[in-house]
Design a protein around this ligand. Sequence first.
Ligand code: TTP
Length: 445
Amino acid sequence: MDGARLPGTPTDDGDRIVAHVDMDCFYAACERRREPPLEGEPVVVGMGFEPGETHGAVATASYEAREYGVDSAMAISAALGRLPRKVDAVEDPALDVADAGFYRPVDMEYYESVSERVRAIIHDCAPVVREVSIDEAYLDVTDETDWNTVEQWAARLKDEIRSTVGVPASVGVAPTMSAAKVASDRDKPDGLVVVEPGDVRDFFADLPVEDVHGVGPVTAEELDDLGIETAGDLASADPDVLEERFGERGLEIYSYARGEDDREVTPRGRPKSLSRESAFTEATDDRAELGDRVRSLAASVADRATSKDALYQTIGIKVVRPPFDVNTRARSLPGPVDEPELVESVALDLLDEFEGQRVRKVGVRVSNLSFTAGEQASLGGFESANDDTATTGPGADEVNDDGASEPAPDGQVTLTGAAWAEGDASDDAATPAVDGQTTIDDFCK
Ligand code: TTP
């Protein structure tokens, strides 16, 4: 292992090894775990299937039930039409018991408890894990294995989850997050697909364009209008045309389709800062317009801080002048507060410096967050705070959300927290764990 490399950062040759673990028909698998006779049977988990109930939807269906056309999000009435309940089929001679299934109600508490056990195994095996949902996580396993052995490594992880917790998982391995995600889906259930560096673009080429990270159904339809149906079509499209049609996102999806994805696997954690930005259609120097926009951003940011129980000690603004001149200003308070009016007044105060200048985007940010239910600083002390910080430089033209890391210790002002330019677009990413922080058991070695 390369001791100089922090988990989550690229190896010398630039290739990280990312695994995406995605549990198979998770809720149904949980139901089978506590009711083993359901193994191999069509199982539907959802709501509204009891006699007399008329509304409800399918949460998930086992792969046996999917063969009858039952799938997630389907109305339960439609599911029952395709796959009647076994209990009903036994009673009704018009129904065939062999073509009936088992319906179970959603039991989130139980699924959470199973998920917790899966997560424990995953965290034991990888130093950097980003949990995405109850049944899905990305792992940076660059330090745990190499490209020659990663397939065995992933097979062992799957076996460990299956034998210890009793539920099946599919795993995709690739040098990028987006390829790893597609790979985990490629051979479900119980799948294991490894996409080696250098093969990513080919791997994507024939996939429908919806499989490209950042392409949803609406974008897919628009791309279809342009004659772009597969990821390969997108990868060889004219980037200028894509930019013209979709703006910067057009270039992003173009890169993803080409297998370029330098997002790092970062654990979810408490945000380091909360920010909101907003661009004007045309640059403006109208103070009233700028002030209004800053006021509404300040209210939105303060609201989010309150909803996350976050106190902030630094309030800042971002002002982008055409074309890409990013300026940030921040002011630190004597102690952490939750004071929406203060966010507004400090942000407006900081905006004064840009009086008369044309601005194409503004943002408001609170940082130096603390989440302890500690005392708020008294507002009286604020007037004495004069720890303004500023940075200027080129930055990204994009709407940012939570930049993140572990929360700063109470009472500590981090000047870097005010350097608010590029790379702030991910949500809730957190500082990677340091080497040695995670116990690696025998299985993972
Ligand atoms: P998914 O990972 O989308 O699907 P899945 O695990 O059921 O099956 P697959 O093998 O295809 O990955 O969803 C995870 C769980 O989230 C799923 O078991 C049930 C729940 N869910 C809903 O409740 N409603 C939905 O519409 C979807 C898609 C999932």
